[in-house]
Design a protein around this ligand. Structure first.
Ligand code: NI
Length: 372
């Protein structure tokens, strides 16, 4: 079948031209041209999102299949012959593969027509960073008339030939916080006349680590990560201000609310302890990806004999596919794309690689999702 070779070519073409969220103009043009060549009528939603309907033969469900299209602001170091041609940007999460799989699926559906109802393929901008592109598509009407929605993510931790799929929570709620500490700056030799914002930032980061260890129930998954501390200008001046940013991952609204409250309390009171002040900005990100029981079960059943279907531990990563599943029944799965020798560089690494043998399998996995 042509699409089995083509899917690899599409992935390589797209790998060369990674673009970050909502800037995916070359990517958009590539996808658009392909869909038009297939005789479809693509529709643009937002800056770079695309939906296109593929009518089947006879009555049936209206099923949406989504691929995310953005790359990451990261210089590529894989040394691949089809490496990124865009300095400082890389497809380091596998979204090039997601697009290729869905393009090849479109090829196959148009050629074979062996399905009822309609398949709507959705190319979504900006998955990597909240607010994300899923809401843009949904607000633009992408889910209107849709009965079910499916998607997948290439997963380098798992070998080719396996998928991770289960009902219930698959990926975490992902929030973001910023703590702004305001002290009093001064000469590095005269701390007595200052309120040292760098010291307070350091204490705050340490104290934040007591939230998960001392406030969250042991059986409730949660992560609090302080990713950056910024403060000060030079070695001999005591900093007047400092900023701490971080991320929070949870699976329940109760734990999410608890952690937000604790971050505010700890930041404000740690600063107060040193007679300074702190302000907390807490931004809620993507909600939990929750697979619907019936659709996840049916899909797993259809994949029997094709791949090994494993029940994965939920990932603490976030995904804006969550929004589709808040509106429509459906499911999301992890498609194993690890290297044969097991040495797969992690997602978001400058060395990230996907095993291309996973690509034709991905087409078949989605093809089965739309079969009734
Ligand atoms: Ni991703």
């Amino acid at each position: 079948m042509d699409w089995e070779q083509n899917v690899v070519q599409y992935r390589r073409d797209l790998h060369r031209i990674p673009e970050t969220g909502f800037q995916e103009h070359k990517t958009h043009a590539y996808l658009w041209a392909h869909l038009e060549k297939l005789g479809l009528k693509p529709q643009r939603i937002g800056e770079t999102g695309i939906i296109a309907d593929i009518p089947g033969e006879g009555p049936g469900k209206h099923i949406a299949i989504r691929a995310d299209i953005d790359g990451l602001p990261l210089p590529e170091e894989t040394g691949l012959p089809f490496s990124s041609e865009h300095a400082g940007v890389m497809h380091a999460c596998g979204h090039d593969g997601h697009m290729a799989i869905v393009l090849a699926l479109a090829d196959r559906l148009v050629a074979e027509k062996k399905f009822g109802g309609t398949v709507r393929i959705m190319f979504q901008a900006a998955e990597e960073r909240p607010p994300g592109g899923a809401l843009t598509l949904i607000d633009g009407g992408a889910l209107e008339g849709i009965d079910e929605v499916y998607g997948l993510h290439l997963w380098a931790e798992d070998p080719v030939g396996t998928v991770g799929l289960k009902a219930g929570p698959m990926m975490a709620n992902a929030d973001q916080f910023t703590i702004r500490i305001k002290g009093v700056g001064g000469h590095g030799s005269q701390p007595e006349s200052t309120k040292d914002a760098v010291l307070i930032a350091a204490q705050t980061v340490v104290n934040l680590q007591t939230i998960v260890s001392r406030r969250v129930r042991a059986f409730e998954p949660a992560v609090v990560t302080a990713g950056t501390i910024r403060g000060g200008h030079i070695f001999n001046i005591i900093a007047e201000t400092a900023e701490v940013t971080g991320t929070v991952r949870t699976f329940s609204p109760e734990t999410q609310a608890l952690i937000e409250t604790e971050i505010r309390r700890i930041a404000e009171r740690t600063a107060a302890l040193y007679d300074a002040s702190a302000e907390v900005e807490y931004e809620k990100g993507y909600p939990v990806v929750i697979n619907h029981e019936r659709e996840a079960g049916a899909w797993a059943e259809k994949l029997r004999g094709l791949v090994e279907v494993n029940t994965p531990e939920p990932s603490m990563g976030g995904e804006d596919f969550a929004y589709y599943l808040q509106h429509k029944p459906g499911a999301f799965l992890f498609l194993g794309c690890g290297q044969e020798d097991g040495g797969s560089p992690p997602h978001h690494s400058p060395h990230f690689l996907i095993n291309e043998r996973a690509l034709p399998l991905g087409v078949e996995v989605l093809y089965r999702a739309i079969q009734s």
